[in-house]
Design a protein around this ligand. Structure first.
Ligand code: MV4
Length: 479
């Protein structure tokens, strides 16, 4: 493998190129007209414009990307996350054109893209699942009978959904039919597939996911868990590894379950198996993400691996260079997603110009960043600017360093989620580990952020005044 094309933009394109460079592999960037001057374009050995700003005319144009790959004699394509990363047709198109798709085979993408197919596939492996229906609902009265047996509240999920899209809670029997009708028509509209199923609603779960890595020779390892419960409307905000609630036994059990999920679909490469964990530490398989995830750096840090390097090695057909027994958790890592969104204003995208843009630096701080000072933030894509990752021997250390790093991250011109990250890191519920997926809803409001801001301003003013008075004294003393 001499040349890899990265079919993505922003921080993840740069992240992937960092490893390809380290491995002595040449890189090709693709970009839209809006990204002409983006750092990922400058960072690559070669760069090709693939179309206008809208994603469906550029980063989603699999045909164009293949065309570029062929003309530049690219050996493999890394899709990053989002865009074409979980597009089974694109993976197939790569295969058909003799270009290596750095990811699983299209069949695994397809199976895991359908929640019902995923459940069916993993069934033979005894993976714990939330009680519910196993097939798409066709008979509503029959489904209602099952719902009553399971007990309300129940959740209706779209088979083609994911990441929280197409879900509906049904609190009681009375609203079952109306909610079911709506769920089916919504699923048809949004996904072109009206298949829905029901599950018992787990009221206060934590979201725990396991990182897995598989080679072509039947070896599969897990790289422990990530705790991703701190999210807002299904958008993760803070992630960490390890989770402070897993025992070594539970970790091993969930890790093995995740490996079995990967085995059930002949998985190759990096994948993530999502679980819900209830208050009694029962875990349930939710879905598998067949890509490298945004939050992969926290796993890299605690496991001491480069996940992109492993992806490339297994894509070349190599045997995994690590065995499960060799892996051990070292320390604690925390990630904050820095979005150009206004936490004071319902997290509305805050696009504009990055007038000041200075990254925090230092030992145990990693910033996976896709922007630079002076740039305009394009309106066409996800407004994530970077990921701020900190590491410590303990969770407390990682949190303290995150607060310091937030303070040393200077951005003006747009509002960002940095102050919100600070809010989370200082919150008692987060610090004590006593939280679930409802953390943000339960504990956050803009007025609290404002209060925190005022308090900090007061403290800063007092310190400044003290310092000033001290200096005055020093000046006066000799007199
Ligand atoms: C659930 C659930 C409760 N009970 N399933 C949301 C995203 C999708 N991957 C599955 N999700 C959920 N499935 C049952 N049976 C609660 C959620 C859920 C959630 C899961 C993970 C992270 C954040 C979440 C926020 C709200 C709901």
């Amino acid at each position: 493998m001499k040349k890899i094309l990265i079919a993505n933009r922003g921080e993840i394109a740069i992240r992937v190129m960092r490893t390809t460079k380290k491995m002595g592999i040449k890189t090709v960037a693709v970009y839209s007209e809006a990204d002409r001057n983006s750092p990922h374009v400058k960072y690559a050995d070669q760069a090709v414009c693939i179309g206008p700003a809208p994603s469906n005319e550029s980063y989603l144009r699999g045909d164009k990307i293949i065309e570029v790959s062929k003309s530049l004699q690219v050996d493999a394509i890394h899709p990053g996350y989002g865009f074409l990363s979980e597009n089974a047709d694109f993976a197939e198109l790569c295969e058909a054109n003799d270009i290596i798709f750095i990811g699983p085979r299209s069949k695994a993408i397809k199976v895991m893209g359908s929640k019902l197919a995923a459940k069916e596939t993993v069934k033979a492996y005894n993976i714990p699942m939330v009680p519910g229906t196993e097939e798409a609902i066709t008979d509503i009265p029959e489904a209602k009978k099952i719902a009553k047996e399971i007990g309300f509240p129940i959740l209706i999920k779209a088979s083609a959904g994911g990441g929280g899209k197409g879900m509906r809670i049904v609190e009681n029997e009375g609203e079952f039919e109306s909610q079911m009708d709506r769920a089916i028509s919504e699923a048809k509209n949004a996904f072109g597939d009206g298949s829905v199923f029901i599950e018992k609603y787990v009221a206060s779960p934590r979201h725990i996911e396991i990182q897995v890595m598989a080679d072509m020779h039947g070896n599969i390892i897990h790289l422990f868990e990530r705790e991703c419960s701190i999210q807002r409307r299904h958008q993760k905000v803070v992630e960490e590894a390890p989770s402070c609630v897993l025992t070594p036994e539970l970790r091993a059990e969930m890790g093995q379950a995740a490996i079995n999920v990967a085995r059930s679909c002949d998985y190759i490469g990096a994948g993530t198996v999502e679980f819900l964990l209830d208050e009694n530490l029962n875990f349930y398989f939710l879905e598998m993400n067949t890509r490298l995830q945004v939050e992969h750096p926290v796993s890299e840090w605690i496991a001491g691996v480069d996940l992109v390097e492993l992806q490339i090695k297994v894509a070349r057909g190599e045997t995994l260079p690590i065995k499960q027994e060799d892996l051990k958790i070292n320390g604690h890592a925390l990630e904050l997603r820095v979005y150009a969104e206004d936490p004071m204003n319902d997290f509305l995208p805050s696009v504009g110009n990055l007038e000041v843009y200075q990254l925090p630096k230092g030992e145990n701080i990693r910033v996976d960043n896709g922007f630079e000072e002076g740039m305009d933030i394009p309106i066409y894509y996800d407004p994530m600017l970077s990921k701020l990752i900190t590491y410590g021997e303990s969770r407390e250390e990682a949190i303290e360093l995150m607060i310091k790093a937030i303070d040393n991250y200077h951005i003006t011109g747009v509002e960002t989620t940095l102050p919100f990250g600070r809010f989370v890191c200082e919150h008692e519920a987060f610090r004590s580990g006593n939280f679930d997926t409802h953390f943000v809803k339960k504990h956050y409001s803009p007025s609290l952020l404002e209060e925190q801001h005022k308090l900090e301003a007061e403290i800063a003013a007092k310190i400044a005044l003290k310092r000033y008075l001290k200096e005055q004294k020093v000046v006066r003393l000799p007199m």
